[in-house]
Design a protein around this ligand. Sequence first.
Ligand SMILES: C[S@@+](CC[C@H](N)C(=O)[O-])C[C@H]1O[C@@H](n2cnc3c(N)ncnc32)[C@H](O)[C@@H]1O
Length: 343
Amino acid sequence: MVFPAGPPTPVWEVITGYTRYWLVVAALDLGVFEELAGGPRGLDELAEATGVASRRLAVVLDFLVTAGLLTTAGDRVFGLTPTTRGYLLRDSPLSMVEMVRYSPGPRTAWPELSATLRRGRPTRSVEDDAGLFYGRLAIASAPTQQAVAQATAALLPDPGEGALVLDLGAGAAPWAIGMLRAWPRAKALAVDLPTITPFAEAAAAEHGVADRFDVRAGSYLDAVLPIGEAAVVTIGHAIGLQSADLAKALLLRARGALRPGGFVVISDYFRPAEPPAGRGLEGSLPQSMALTLLANTYEAEVVELPTLLSWLAEVGLVAWTTRQFLPGQLVVVATEPGQAPPP
Ligand SMILES: C[S@@+](CC[C@H](N)C(=O)[O-])C[C@H]1O[C@@H](n2cnc3c(N)ncnc32)[C@H](O)[C@@H]1O
């Protein structure tokens, strides 16, 4: 047999994964998806709108069709798929346009990944430039995370008049804002670094909840927090941003802020304790997030779910329910032991 190992399909999938990423970045830069927001258009019309010669743009559009991001009936007329319309238009409520750009972290980190892995740390960390990078990431992740927050709020009892939602490592505060939208009588306090809280304030104003929303600029590890008052404390994609000892200190602070019967909500891409069985996105996404953190930060590491559960036990909390609203991302709702599970 000439090819005893069978066809090199997985190898080509890796290589086309790289080109597919840059294809989508180029399509966003060229405004391809926005040009199709009003409905299907022909190649020549799109070429004129994007400023790319038809024969070059045809390569981009055909590749986007194979990636499942455009439709065509083979007539050189292209249209958006439901996924592209839902996630890759700038003004979509669930837009992931900025996630495509910023989720992998700074581009320069990837070519030096092998050296980073050997050395145990990158030459530069996003923490060196926390304001700039986390500011972008905060805006990027907010649309989808606000939807996850609203879905989580729907699981919880309405906390009542004036109840406090405390959002730690809030970013653009999708957790606080999503919960305020679900609970019109609640109020929120968002804690993040001083360079980031302006993004939270702007987002609260944009979503019409500024009158029930406050920020505290500082580290969630040492800022003054309310004690025994919060109905819900959220920690969205921040539990793995520090060493294990500091992560436990953060959970202890969250527990201290809770009122009796309150909930701590921790969302993240927790790494399964066992290697994933299959090749699906749900298995690979937590690994991809873990690698992104290794490539781009000094300290951060994707936490394994059993580790989180043991940290929760150490601070006197138990998981009340665990949900997955988006592929790979888990939402762990914790509370004091003895509360009846959700209906
Ligand atoms: C990955 S973002 C998550 C944003 C948002 N919670 C979400 O789920 O989309 C992590 C956030 O934690 C913030 N952060 C990191 N270290 C922090 C600290 N010591 N104190 C407060 N915020 C911190 C970052 O500035 C950033 O906004």
